[in-house]
Design a binder for this molecule. Sequence first.
Ligand SMILES: Nc1ncnc2c1ncn2[C@@H]1O[C@H](COP(=O)(O)OP(=O)(O)OP(=O)(O)O)[C@@H](O)[C@H]1O
Ligand SMILES: [Mg+2]
Length: 297
Amino acid sequence: MYTRMPERITDQAAGLRRIGLPRPVKVIAVASGKGGVGKTSVSINLAVTMAQQGRNVMLLDADLGLANVDVLLGINTRRNLSHVISGEATLDEVIVEGPAGLRIVPSSSGTRSMLNLSTAEQGGLIRAFSELHDDVDVMLVDIAAGISESVITFTRAAHEVVVVVCDEPASLTDAYALIKVLNRYHGVDRFHILANMTGNAHEGRQLFDKLARVSQRFLDVTLGYMGAVPYDDYLRRAVQRQLAVVEAYPRSRSALAFRKMADRTERWPPPQVATGRLEFFVERLIRSGAVAGEYLS
Ligand SMILES: Nc1ncnc2c1ncn2[C@@H]1O[C@H](COP(=O)(O)OP(=O)(O)OP(=O)(O)O)[C@@H](O)[C@H]1O
Ligand SMILES: [Mg+2]
């Protein structure tokens, strides 16, 4: 379903490594349109799995309204992204370490949208990301529900967009609405569809087929099927224990599905950027914030 990775891009990433430049960081946004379908669970479990596999992973909580990566992982945070923006803390000071060395950038309901930052604050944020010492291979971004300006901003700035759906009519219509806005007005033309809380092996594929049929008929997009995470009581138990299911119950069905998906993301083409530093993401974020604002105001 996915287009093949062009040789030229692979060569560019390999070339950067040979000459000692950092690998390009891959930024993956996890969105859904409808709330409560499992974005935060998917972001956390994919991030922990990738970290367990030895990748340098960062998880950015971009749910500026109701940040809950910290709640689901039982992490106490005193400072968050809003303190970096206001200059009260460095990024290193707000990053919290999660399972398997995963680094988490917490957010808060007080964090302002990228559009409302002053030029100095924008510059400060870019600098904060550029001063990070370690290279990051993958950054997962847990996006808020809905189609607000901040949802569009964070999603547009990512290299890859995962859209989580579940078997509810509102989930499919909201996912379609999100894909439509991102495609029509913001030029995003590639999405990975992840079916969550599925009841059997076929359900995920059927959900994907429905969404793909209508999207490909009315929009100019390529949709890839990322796979399904079954409905799993172990995942709920893990949430109650404030742990990632891949850590608490590594042999559960959902953990198995997350490992398969993490492997699949390894085969996605590397981003086409000159160097791999995270400040490029923040620059894209700020640029796309300005554009998203134009469409939504
Ligand atoms: N595969 C699954 N099996 C069973 N329960 C699940 C599964 N995925 C998610 N859940 C449950 O659904 C709840 C909501 O999930 P989560 O918080 O990840 O959704 P969300 O899309 O991030 O929600 P919000 O839109 O509020 O940010 C979780 O607390 C968890 O208990
Ligand atoms: Mg969430």
